[in-house]
Design a protein around this ligand. Structure first.
Ligand SMILES: C[S@@+](CC[C@H](N)C(=O)[O-])C[C@H]1O[C@@H](n2cnc3c(N)ncnc32)[C@H](O)[C@@H]1O
Length: 204
C-alpha cells in the first residue's frame, strides 16, 4: 500500500464523508436499522453516533486499517455494542443468516467486485432481513454519464477505487434483491458524484 493510500486517503475520505450535506441521508438510512446490524465499509465511523441504542449490535466491516482505527474512537463513544472487523465485503467473515440489517452508505462505488459483495450480503442476511443503502451512481443525464465514464479511471486510482457511474439499482436487483423503496436525485447541482440512490431492499 502506498503512502498516499495508507496515510493521506483515509483522512481525505473522513473529511469528504463527514460533510453536513450528507447527514440527512445518513439519518434516514440508519434510522431503519434493527436487531443485529452489519455496516459494510464503515470507514471512519461517521454513522456510529446515529445508531439507536436499542440495537443488539453493530458490526463494522472495513478493509482500511487506518479508517478502522478512526472508527474505533467512535465505537468507544457509542452507547451500544460495536464490533469492528478488518475485512472485505467480497468475503464477509460472518455466518450465514446471522444479520438482521445491512447498512451501506456510499460504499458500493468503492468495492472492486460489487456483485460478489452483494452475494455475500445476501448470504449473511437472515430471511426477511433488509439492506438499507445510500449510494451515488449512474446519472440519468447523458452528459454527466459521459463525464462519469471519463473520470472513473482517475477516481478508481486516486479516490479509493471509486466508480462514479455504477448502475446501483441494477446491481442490487441483479444481486438477488427486491427493491422495496428507492429515491433518486441529485444532491446539489449536477455533477458526476452527485446522483444519489437511497433505498431499502430485501433478499429474494
Ligand atoms: C466513500 S467511503 C464511505 C465510508 C462510509 N461508508 C461512510 O459513509 O462514511 C467508501 C468506503 O468503502 C470501503 N471499501 C472499499 N473497498 C471495500 C471492500 N472491498 N469491502 C468493504 N468496504 C470497502 C472504503 O475503505 C471506504 O471506507
Amino acid at each position: 500500500m502506498s503512502f498516499y493510500q495508507d496515510r493521506i486517503l483515509p483522512h481525505l475520505t473522513h473529511l469528504a464523508m463527514r460533510q453536513r450535506i450528507l447527514r440527512p441521508y445518513r439519518e434516514r438510512v440508519v434510522a431503519g436499522a434493527a436487531g443485529r446490524v452489519l455496516e459494510i465499509g464503515i470507514g471512519s465511523g461517521v454513522n456510529l453516533p446515529l445508531y439507536s441504542r436499542a440495537l443488539r449490535e453493530v458490526v463494522g466491516l472495513e478493509p482500511s486499517p487506518r479508517l478502522l482505527s478512526m472508527a474505533e474512537r467512535g465505537a468507544e463513544r457509542a452507547d451500544l455494542p460495536v464490533r469492528l472487523l478488518e475485512g472485505s465485503a467480497e468475503s464477509i467473515p460472518l455466518d450465514d443468516a446471522s444479520v438482521d440489517t445491512v447498512i451501506m452508505t456510499w460504499t458500493l462505488c468503492s468495492i472492486p467486485d460489487a456483485g460478489r459483495a452483494l452475494a455475500e450480503v445476501r448470504r449473511v442476511l437472515r430471511p426477511g432481513g433488509r439492506l438499507l443503502f445510500v449510494e451515488h451512481g449512474e446519472a440519468p443525464d447523458a452528459w454527466i454519464r459521459w463525464w462519469q465514464d471519463r473520470l472513473t479511471p482517475m477516481t478508481k486510482r486516486f479516490v479509493g477505487g471509486c466508480h462514479l457511474g455504477r448502475p446501483i439499482r441494477n446491481l442490487i436487483e441483479r444481486g438477488g434483491f427486491r427493491i422495496e423503496h428507492l429515491a433518486t436525485g441529485y444532491l446539489k447541482g449536477r455533477n458526476p458524484t452527485s446522483y444519489m440512490f437511497e433505498g431499502r431492499a430485501r433478499p429474494l
